[in-house]
Design a protein around this ligand. Structure first.
Ligand code: TYD
Length: 209
């Protein structure tokens, strides 16, 4: 994905199921706010009213063709970028987003097998080329993540091989885009994960440690 916009206050968190993103994001937001930043915490799918409808279809619905699933994630994303992320960045806020374009590359292409070139093109179309400046990959073995995961939604119920492909796919992406990705070992205890994530963000934002 070359030629994209790259936002210096836009941070995404990525990782397999059970990596701990949803507990980490609020902790990071509180920490950044206490340092005087304005922060927007958000997620995909489902951060907007439209997105919550899409999320319901995606996670609780029955069988969905892989292409249909792709377009639902992209529909959520394009609306989210236009109505939440871009306005927040324009206001000078830091945006912390739980999942973004890399989830689509890994879940819909690497794990589901859709054409990666097409997915890059569609991601670019849906986002207008907006890429995060920093992506924290919470890396852990699929088995460990699944053992922690309790939701059991439509994607959680995929077989272990699917989740292994997700975990491996993320590592490949992190190697391909080393200037944007930072890997955090998510098999550590939550405090160690929080502390490692803070270090990466501090460096990225040029904050004092
Ligand atoms: P969610 O409950 O938010 O999962 P998590 O807590 O693991 O982030 O559900 C989102 C699910 O949707 C998750 O299984 C990953 C998947 N997903 C995709 O397959 N493609 C995408 O583009 C996005 C954003 C999420």
């Amino acid at each position: 994905m070359s030629g994209h916009l790259n936002a210096h206050r836009f941070i995404t968190l990525e990782g397999p199921e059970g990596a701990g993103k949803s507990t980490l994001v609020p902790k990071l937001a509180t920490w950044l706010e206490s340092a005087g930043h304005h922060v927007v915490q958000t997620r995909e799918p489902g951060a907007t009213a439209l997105g919550r409808e899409v999320r319901r279809l995606l996670l609780n619905g029955g069988d969905i063709a892989a292409e249909t699933e792709l377009f639902l994630f992209l529909a959520d994303r394009s609306h989210h970028v236009k109505t939440v992320i871009l306005p927040a960045l324009a206001d000078g806020k830091i945006v912390l987003c739980d999942r973004y374009v890399d989830s689509t590359v890994v879940y819909q292409s690497v794990a589901r097998g859709l054409d990666p070139v097409e997915i890059d093109r569609l991601n670019q179309f849906a986002t207008g080329g907006l890429l995060p400046g920093l992506t924290l990959l919470l890396d852990l073995k699929a088995e460990i993540g699944l053992a922690r995961e309790t939701k059991g939604d439509r994607l959680d119920r995929e077989p272990l091989d699917f989740h292994r492909a997700v975990a491996a796919g993320y590592r490949v992406l992190a190697e391909r885009f080393p200037s944007r990705f930072e890997i955090v070992d998510a098999e550590q205890d939550p405090n160690a994960v929080f502390s490692a994530a803070k270090d990466k963000i501090t460096t990225f934002l040029g904050l004092r440690a």
